[in-house]
Design a protein around this ligand. Structure first.
Ligand code: NDP
Length: 296
């Protein structure tokens, strides 16, 4: 039976590390600050934003949420971003996605100052990740994947990592991160997607398999090799009338069968999920330190 890679305790350790860094910054008169911009009333987004704000407060990071009407114009939203860019008290800016259809997401994300882009979605930060520059921001979920691997004793160095999924938020940055030169990278990375023929023949070659697909239990036992380390990013709601909520959460990996032959595997929920907010806090502290270094 595979070892469980539990995200909660690892995320908790990171949150404590962030809290002690915040305390040190405060001793020097610096108060780390994250502003979250929430447009509209998407219930899932409201929950995420509340969780982020609570985590900030627990780590001593000041957080403010700007709640904006769903009918706001793109121009007004851009003006708000420009003001936040100029505000020296604000170290991190996060625009909660998705945005209403009338607003061009790309234009908004590109308006955020790269040095305050703690979500790591700005093309400058994407470019820094590609070129191996370490002063940029890596999106939180891929960072969380790397932290999980490193802190549970499965460094990617020299391993064949197969990433199923090529989104800009998870798949692509996760692969690029593990491809970087150095102790926390140096993996041989293969990307797969919906047009990959004979997916199983590729996933079977993985030493480390990262599933970021969005399809419940798609990766089955016959698609992996014994001893594989599996990071399941998927969070899928599957109808389940026997539960109070009427659904349960399932990963992209068929946990019951894959865990029988894997060396280690993340559970869903409780694997990658808790890491995302912890890594957002890390990014906020990084932004705060870098901005203060520039000013001093
Ligand atoms: P996207 O829908 O943006 O990307 C999914 C990727 O999976 C695409 O590249 C797609 O290929 C690929 N794919 C879809 N079907 C198949 C298939 N049959 N075979 C091979 N590849 C396939 O999703 P995200 O990357 O945003 O998210 C992926 C999962 O991770 C979701 O379940 C999401 O909820 C979860 N997630 C979890 C987070 C966490 O904190 N735990 C954070 C973010 C996401 P193609 O490009 O060809 O369409």
């Amino acid at each position: 039976m595979a070892k469980l890679i539990q995200g909660k305790p690892i995320a908790q350790t990171i949150r404590q590390e962030v809290a002690s860094e915040t305390a040190n910054l405060k001793k020097n008169g610096i108060q780390p600050h994250l502003t979250v911009v929430l447009v509209g009333e998407n219930p899932a987004s409201q929950v995420y934003v509340r969780m982020k704000s609570k985590a900030c407060n627990e780590a001593g990071i000041e957080s403010e949420t700007l709640i904006l009407d769903s009918g706001i114009t793109e121009e007004k939203l851009l003006n708000i971003i420009h003001e936040l860019n100029q505000n020296p008290k604000v170290h991190g800016i996060l625009v909660q996605l998705p945005l209403p259809d009338a607003i061009h997401e790309d234009r908004i994300l590109e308006a955020i100052l790269p040095s305050k882009d703690v979500d790591g979605f700005h093309p400058v930060n994407v470019g820094k990740l590609m070129t191996g520059m370490t002063d940029g921001f890596v999106p939180a979920t891929p960072s969380g994947i790397l932290e999980l691997l490193m802190r549970s004793g499965y460094p990617p160095q020299g391993k064949h990592v197969v990433v199923v999924g090529r989104s800009n938020i998870v798949g692509k940055p996760a692969g690029m991160l593990l491809l970087r030169k150095g102790r926390e990278g140096d993996a041989t990375v293969t990307f797969c997607h919906s047009r990959t023929p004979d997916l199983a023949s590729v996933t079977k070659r993985a030493d480390i398999l990262i599933a970021a697909i969005g399809r419940p239990r798609m990766i089955t036992q016959d698609m992996v090799k014994p001893g594989v380390v599996v990071i399941d990013v998927g969070v899928n709601r599957v109808e389940d009338p026997s539960t109070e909520k009427g659904y349960r959460l399932e990963g992209d990996v068929d946990f019951d069968t894959v865990s029988q032959i894997a060396e280690a595997i993340t559970p869903v929920p409780g694997g990658v999920g808790p890491m995302t907010i912890a890594c957002l806090l890390q990014n906020t502290i990084k932004a705060c330190k870098q901005l203060n270094r520039k000013e001093s």
